[in-house]
Design a protein around this ligand. Structure first.
Ligand code: PGA
Length: 239
């Protein structure tokens, strides 16, 4: 399973470094799985370098980057200046808080691919829709736009299905829905999808099914014990 730890801006730089170090030094808990850490930009370089020094199997990635390589972008981070291979694109908080659009995300996607980045691409609905049919129709529009852009490169991208209403709370999408969304993604050439939104050790047991590549985890990935509990839950599922 691929567990992607999206630390957002929950931790101070000192806390991020301490958490990364404690993860690296207790390597046995994630053994056999694929772990990607997405720290803030303040510690990204340091954590990535530390992980390289430790020859750990963990990946490190950026939570976002600027929409273009234009130099005059005060406060933004250019993608070609980011040394890590992995990047997250289109997290719904970028839309909700920073008012970014699917056009911005598409531009970022093209930019990331031109720089040979490994992309985790989020999509999902804002609110709970009244029935599965309208939900799938809504999601199809997003997936189609990305698929048209990517063509055969779709297989290189990890999709992250993250319903906005499920983020940061306790409600998750149902497995039935996640399975339908994965089937939809596959019809558009995507081969790998993770689920995100209120994932924790307690919810993982209900959310897991073999075709799902993994989980994108926010809050529950920001401390060592809840992160380790996720891997313990996977172990209980014999994974
Ligand atoms: P959450 O966040 O696990 O805290 O719901 C997930 C995400 O936004 O990536």
């Amino acid at each position: 399973m691929h567990i992607i730890a999206n630390w957002k801006q929950y931790l101070s730089p000192e806390q991020e470094i301490a958490l990364a170090k404690s993860i690296i030094t207790s390597s046995n808990f994630y053994l056999g799985h694929h772990l990607t850490l997405l720290p803030s930009f303040l510690t990204l370089r340091e954590i990535a370098d530390h992980i390289i020094v430790n020859q750990s199997s963990i990946q490190v990635g950026a939570q976002d980057f600027a929409v273009s390589l234009v130099s005059a972008q005060t406060g933004s981070i250019r993608a070609d200046f980011i040394k890590t291979e992995t990047v997250l694109i289109a997290h719904s908080e970028r839309e909700k808080i920073n008012h970014e659009t699917i056009e911005d995300f598409s531009q970022k996607l093209q930019l990331a691919l031109s720089l040979k980045k490994k992309v985790i691409l989020c999509f999902g609905e804002k609110e709970l829709l009244e029935n599965d049919e309208s939900l799938l129709l809504h999601l199809k529009k997003q997936v189609q736009i990305y698929s048209n852009l990517l063509g055969t490169d779709s297989t290189k991208v990890t999709l992250a299905y993250e319903p906005q209403w499920s983020i940061g709370g306790t409600k998750t999408a149902s497995v039935t829905i996640i399975k339908k969304v994965l089937a939809l993604a596959k019809t558009f050439g995507f081969s790998e999808m993770v689920y995100g939104g209120s994932v924790a050790a307690e919810s993982i047991q209900q959310l897991y099914f073999p075709e799902l590549a993994g989980f994108l985890v926010g809050r529950a990935s920001t401390n060592s014990s809840s992160l380790q509990a996720i891997f313990a839950a996977l172990k209980q599922l014999s994974l």
